[in-house]
Design a protein around this ligand. Structure first.
Ligand code: MN
Length: 272
């Protein structure tokens, strides 16, 4: 269909009006006027693993109605993939959105977003080795974030802890908050406390766990939770607890990856 001069003027006027409105909104919200360009579709295998990760973490009791898991985009290290705000057990491929490292959605499609997505963006920014991040509120790990008892590796499956996990005290950065990592500044502070470690406990809240792949991050969460439960049991028995020596932990490191468990967990979680 030919575009008449009149229609052209109308379209241009509409375009300018929309542009001005968008710029005003962007100024008001202090976000870039232009969303970051998409890295394009992620590998279907990665999306499949990310959907499975959500369901496995729910199946294993690491997350409940809350908590989230993300993966770095396989085509662009400055992007990551995370579901819209939804209970992990209900996540499917259509719920996965792309974010830049400022945790702005590349294309939000008006969907509600996780308030604490800055946990993911700021960890990906500070840790180029990290390919997946999980945030959860596992009740087993909370006690180790609110006492002076460090969470340490008690058995071989939790060797990745090596020594102990750091604890993020949100008051040091944010003072009295609602404990949620709802700003980039709090996300950066959390990433600083994480440092080069596999995970960080969040005082009175939960934990963030990272991995070199989606199965790696998920496996760490599962065994961190089991370890926390057993460590509390061992302490309750009384007497001295013998933890893994860091040297033993390092010798176990090549065994991580959780390939065998991953296939099992995935099949069980996806069959539901
Ligand atoms: Mn949380």
């Amino acid at each position: 269909m030919a575009v008449t001069p009149n229609a052209h003027r109308l379209a241009r006027r509409d375009f300018l009006a929309v542009g001005a409105a968008a710029a005003a909104v962007a100024l008001f919200r202090h976000v870039p006027a232009r969303a970051a360009a998409s890295a394009g579709p992620a590998s279907p295998a990665l999306i499949e693993d990310l959907v499975a990760a959500n369901r496995i973490l729910a199946d294993q009791g690491v997350v409940d109605g809350y908590g989230h898991v993300s993966a770095r985009h396989d085509k662009d290290p400055t992007k990551y993939l995370l579901a819209r705000s939804i209970a992990p057990e209900l996540v499917s491929a259509e719920d996965i959105l792309e974010f830049d490292l400022d945790s702005n959605p590349v294309e939000g499609r008006g969907r509600k977003l996780y308030l604490e997505r800055f946990i993911h963006g700021e960890i990906y920014r500070s840790r180029p080795d990290v390919m997946a991040v999980v945030h959860h509120h596992s009740p087993a790990v909370i006690p180790f974030g609110v006492t002076k008892v460090p969470l340490r590796p008690i058995y071989h499956m939790a060797a990745f802890i090596e020594t102990s996990l750091p604890v993020f005290e949100i008051r040091d950065t944010g003072g009295m908050t609602d404990l949620l990592v709802r700003t980039p500044e709090l996300g950066r502070a959390l990433a600083r406390t994480l440092g080069d470690r596999p995970g960080v406990l969040m005082r009175g809240h939960g934990a963030a766990v990272v991995g070199a792949s989606v199965p790696d991050a998920v496996g760490r969460c599962v065994f961190l939770q089991v370890n926390a439960r057993m460590q509390a049991q061992a302490i309750a028995l009384g007497g001295e607890v013998v933890y893994l020596d860091p040297e033993e932990a390092r010798k176990l490191a090549p065994l991580s990856g959780y390939d065998r468990a991953w296939e099992l967990w995935k099949r069980k979680a996806m069959a539901k």
